[in-house]
Design a protein around this ligand. Structure first.
Ligand code: AGP
Length: 608
């Protein structure tokens, strides 16, 4: 996923573009660049690596002194071609007259590249994007109109794209087009913006227009015209930005990740209050139109952290609803016969709502006539378009690349939807229902208790940071928590963390154990505890350091133990995700990692 910004107005455009890119850094940070339409010529500045490197280039070249008031910018997460200046956007046509930035994937770029090379076009990068800029430029030479050239060229491009384009001969406009990649127009006073996501517009405008697939926006400083593929003008709804500028502030925390971890009690309280009142479940802003009587199985497709939330849902829903819940890795879904039909409910879980793997899986499920539900934190995202039912996570914008509060919100959604479904199909007594609601209501305070003792977890991290690899294990409802713990630790500290069902350790992974391989076991109340304790003894017998997390310390086998308040085993993933998030955070902090922007990652992976 990349970040795109554009500005046309009366202000010095360089500052406007840099401000926007700063607020989109979570989308990718392999390279960055801007292009200015300056006195009838296009000027491009680029740098590989983080945005600070571009700032240095701009200062060195005194770009801030440029008087231009129209320009575009880009921050990249590399797909085709390594992070480098040559591959950084914006990309320029050979004649230097046309420039663009792109988010997405051009699937037929190789054929286009060959076709253009045969016409004498010279390529300077390994990107798919560069094929587009030269294609637009070739069409411009024929018709002399940027709008027409873009429209003509788009018919030759296959794939997902958000393009923002400028031509030096038409300095009064920026053109924005999209297909399966987000673009939002910010409507100002005698100035207008375009961006991949709302954080780039916060504090700049109060009103926005969401561009939809196959629409083109012609953005001038005093008006915005949106047209369809045939050039017919479309009347678009102008919406008020609901996000507040402080969402892009750390509010005193060292990192967005810690801020977002600490927001979890409030987010959980808000979700529970919206959907659970007086022993009843309310849909509130969720749209759930499932024909439950037709549902014979549930299939959940997701990636990464969202996949782990889905795994928790499987364990909880199968216990509560007594119907099969199948979990599928979204990127594998399209290669297998999923036995999906009109009696299947397929649920896509995606914080960003832009994850290409998950969207592709849902597209295929739709073809198989399944009922589609999505759980997402971005109800303005692409995934919503494929759903019959949409459940907003209401976690607020999540800036840190590592998902934390959105995971909490996904779990909360699965719990309240599960309770909603048990009521719908009469699978639960009033007493049992009330007890579950009361247990849920007590969770936010218990999370606050865990957060209040985070200094102990920080002290453990000082030791954990010295290890090159770590094993997490669990049984029961928290096996997904163990997978999430391993993902969190590896993605922000770069320690090689892996997770296994505790019972599986003796079938191979135990060969890894020695004094340099700590084992972290996640405990929940109930039948899994004795056997998990035995697995800890087995690890100890191989000289592995053993750490326990969950409930009261229950043995002296542990070298360290993170106690958490007790709760019902089936709700304990809501609690145990917090210490593992904190452990990952403090370990990465102790290793001086780029916590909010880990290397090689992006907040949403919009390519397959
Ligand atoms: C989570 O910390 C990771 N950043 C990543 O695994 C993420 O959960 C995954 O890419 C799915 O993203 P989504 O929820 O936006 O679809």
């Amino acid at each position: 996923m990349c970040g795109i910004v554009g500005y046309i107005g009366n202000n010095a455009v360089t500052e406007e573009l840099l401000n926007g890119l700063k607020n989109l850094e979570y989308r990718g940070y392999d390279s960055a660049g801007i292009a200015l339409n300056d006195n009838q010529k296009i000027v491009v500045f680029k740098a590989s690596g983080k945005l600070t490197n571009l700032n240095a280039v701009l200062s060195e070249k005194k770009a801030q002194s440029c008087s231009s008031t129209v320009g575009i910018g880009h921050i990249r997460w590399a797909t085709h071609g390594k992070p480098s200046i040559e591959n950084a956007h914006p990309h320029l046509s050979n004649d230097g007259n046309l420039v663009l930035v792109h988010n997405g994937i051009i699937e037929n770029y190789k054929e286009l590249r060959q076709q253009l090379t045969n016409k004498g076009v010279v390529f300077h990068s390994q990107t798919d994007t560069e094929a587009a800029v030269h294609l637009f430029a070739e069409e411009y030479k024929k018709c002399g109109s940027l709008e027409q050239a873009v429209r003509k060229a788009l018919s030759q491009i296959k794939g997902a794209f958000a393009f923002v384009i400028m031509h030096h001969a038409e300095p009064d406009k920026i053109i924005a087009v999209r297909k399966n990649a987000p673009l939002i127009i910010g409507c100002g006073n005698n100035e207008n913006y375009v961006a991949s996501d709302i954080p780039a517009l916060l504090g700049k405008v109060k009103h926005i227009i969401h561009l939809d697939d196959d629409e083109m926006a012609v953005i001038k400083k005093d008006n915005v015209t949106v047209k369809d593929v045939l050039g017919n003008i479309i009347q678009k709804k102008i919406e008020k930005i609901s996000l507040q500028p402080d969402v892009i502030s750390k509010n005193g925390y060292a990192h967005f990740m810690l801020k977002e971890i600490c927001e979890q009690p409030a987010i959980l309280r808000n979700v529970l209050q919206k959907h659970i009142q007086n022993n009843e479940i309310f849909l509130d802003d969720a749209k759930i139109v499932v024909h439950w009587e037709k549902v014979r199985k549930v299939v959940i497709v997701a990636c990464g952290t969202s996949l782990h939330a889905a795994m928790v849902a499987k364990k909880v829903w199968e216990e509560w609803l007594k119907i099969p819940v199948i979990i599928e890795v979204a990127s594998e879904f399209i290669y297998q016969n999923n036995l999906i039909d009109e009696n299947s409910l397929v649920i896509g879980v995606s914080q960003s709502g832009e994850t290409a793997d998950t969207i592709t899986a849902l597209k295929q499920a739709k073809i198989c006539k399944a009922q589609i539900m999505v759980l997402t934190n971005r109800i303005d995202s692409s995934i919503v378009r494929y759903a019959d039912s949409v459940v907003p996570l209401n976690a607020g914008v999540e800036i840190s690349v590592a998902a934390t509060k959105s995971y909490m919100a996904q779990l909360a959604a699965f719990y309240w939807i599960g309770l909603f479904m048990t009521q719908k199909i009469n699978k639960i007594s009033c007493l049992a229902f009330s007890e579950k609601l009361q247990t849920l209501r007590e969770i936010p305070e218990k999370i606050e208790e865990i957060l209040s003792h985070r200094q102990y977890i920080e002290s453990l991290a000082q030791k954990l940071k010295t290890y090159a690899a770590v094993v997490f294990m669990a049984r029961g409802f928290n096996l997904p928590t163990a997978y999430e713990a391993a993902l969190k630790l590896k993605e922000i500290s770069y320690i090689n963390a892996n997770a296994y069902p505790a019972g599986e350790l003796k079938h191979g992974p135990i060969a890894l154990l020695d004094e340099q391989m700590p084992v972290i076991a996640l405990f929940e109340e109930g039948e899994t505890k004795p056997k998990l304790l035995s697995n800890c003894e087995e690890a100890k017998a191989r000289y592995a350091p053993v750490i326990g997390i969950g409930g009261k310390r229950c043995s002296d086998v542990f070298d360290a133990y993170i106690e958490t308040p007790d709760t019902d085993a089936c709700f304990s993933p809501l609690l145990l995700c917090v210490p593992i998030q904190l452990l990952a955070y403090y370990t990465a902090k102790a290793l001086h990692r780029e916590i909010d922007q880990p290397r090689n990652l992006a907040k949403s992976v919009t390519v397959e």
